[in-house]
Write a protein that binds this ligand. Structure first.
Ligand code: GUN
Ligand code: FE
Length: 418
């Protein structure tokens, strides 16, 4: 007997970024974790299957966070007067060092995972720390939670304090150990994670690229986030055409599936390369404004056909709920629009798409309720006066702007209720 699940409620999701698909008072049938269809009532062939009836509540795809740092969760909302490179030196490295301690890692990562899932993120691309044992704890905790994730041990072999960097050899060895241990997992899998170009030697990048290709693993890193960082990369990698080229030359730029955070200041050649390689960019608007890194020209990139998802970038970003990133993405796009009216502000459905189906494509078919998609879903409970008076579209917008974990009353990953 196949594993059949029926969920009843008001379904709202995006097939394309421009519009919502809305099914009021309907029944979604999921078979073996995949959406089979949405119907006005339970089809005859599924009669007798118990129905999870959510009445007047909304059912939406789970959030997909394409970029965040689990080892920075404790410092969310601190050090926010600094800019990127000082913030790393003065706050971040010091906290990440603690994750060499297994007990500390277990406690801190448990708090992180608890809040992440509570706030509705059911798929995420996560940086741990440079500690292999600490990163192993994060794998185990996320597996217990039952969400989907790519988890990376952070590789660094220069230009950071001694207490946090490793030798090239140790960094690669620890990475390989975690790959071997977790690559056959169903939901929580390894991802190759050079922190960013400046904290990597050419040798480390080369070794990581080789691992990515050998094991056919995805890659994540930071790209072109701040102007100081870009100048530093130009200084360190004299032979590279541009920042992207540093990764590209080392098989870390979509030779296997790749997501790069930020990409704010890409030059024309880089934009062409991102497009040609079909690389995914993670837009992290909270982080970009908190650290005064800049504003990603999202509308321009979308018009060029670049692929963009959203990231909370905890703890450059201060809030872990991805709806925060959706709101901030709209707000920053409105700021750009104030000085250039050709740059149309992002719409709510566009940012919702980025945070569900858009980013979800990095994980396969997730982030939508189209037939064949994995049934990853959140059930949203809002105020009964709001629920009675407003359309699903309005209610979703209000949840995105004002909601949090208290409004999420159920979560499903591949048809399993968490
Ligand atoms: N670049 C290198 N490391 C980091 C980090 O931890 N956060 C952000 N936002 N950018 C980075
Ligand atoms: Fe980051």
């Amino acid at each position: 007997m196949k594993n059949v699940l029926i969920v009843k409620g008001h379904f709202i999701y995006t097939r394309t970024a421009e519009n919502y698909e809305v099914y009021k008072n309907s029944c979604l049938v999921s078979v073996d974790g995949k959406v089979e269809g949405i119907y006005p009532s339970v089809p005859d062939r599924f009669k007798g299957v118990p129905v999870h009836d959510y009445g007047n509540r909304l059912v939406i795809p789970g959030f997909v966070d394409l970029h965040l740092h689990a080892a920075q969760f404790l410092q969310s909302g601190m050090g926010m007067t600094k800019q990127l490179l000082d913030w790393l030196e003065d706050y971040t490295f010091d906290l990440e060092r603690e994750f060499q301690n297994r007990e500390f890692a277990r406690k801190a990562y448990s708090c992180f995972a608890e809040k992440l899932v509570a706030c509705g993120t059911l798929r995420a691309c996560i940086f741990a720390s440079s500690s292999t044992t600490g990163t192993r704890e994060l794998f185990e905790i996320l597996k217990e939670k039952g969400i989907g994730a790519y988890v990376g041990k952070v590789n660094m072999d220069r230009n950071a304090p001694d207490f946090i960097i490793e030798t090239t050899e140790d960094s690669l060895k620890g990475t390989k150990y975690l790959i071997e241990k977790y690559r056959d997992e169903r939901l929580v899998k390894p991802i190759i994670t050079p922190r960013f170009a400046p904290t990597s030697t050419e040798g480390l990048l080369k070794g990581l690229g080789e691992l990515a290709v050998k094991y056919d693993l995805p890659v994540q890193s930071h790209l072109s986030e701040s102007l100081d960082e870009i100048r530093w990369v130009q200084d360190l990698f004299k032979g590279a055409k541009n920042y992207s080229d540093v990764y590209f030359k080392n098989n870390l730029f979509k030779q296997t599936k790749t997501v790069m955070a930020h990409g704010i200041y890409l030059d024309d050649d880089e934009k062409k390369l991102v497009k040609k390689m079909d690389l995914m960019l993670a837009h992290c608007p909270d982080s970009n404004i908190n650290l005064r890194s800049g504003i990603m020209p999202v509308r321009t990139y979308l018009d060029m056909g670049l692929k963009i998802g959203l990231g909370s970038d905890i703890a450059g970003g201060h809030k872990i709920g991805l709806n925060e990133a959706m709101v901030r993405a709209i707000q920053l796009s409105k700021i750009l629009n104030l000085t250039n009216d050709k740059l149309k502000p992002l719409t709510v459905s566009e940012v919702f798409y980025m945070g569900t189906k858009g980013g979800g494509s990095f994980f396969g078919k997730t982030g939508s309720f189209e037939k064949g998609y994995l049934f990853d879903a959140l059930v949203i409970e809002d105020d009964s006066m709001i629920a009675k008076r407003y359309s699903p579209e309005d209610r979703l917008e209000k949840f995105i702007y004002t909601g949090d974990d208290r409004n999420i009353c159920a979560r499903y990953v591949e048809g399993d209720k968490l």
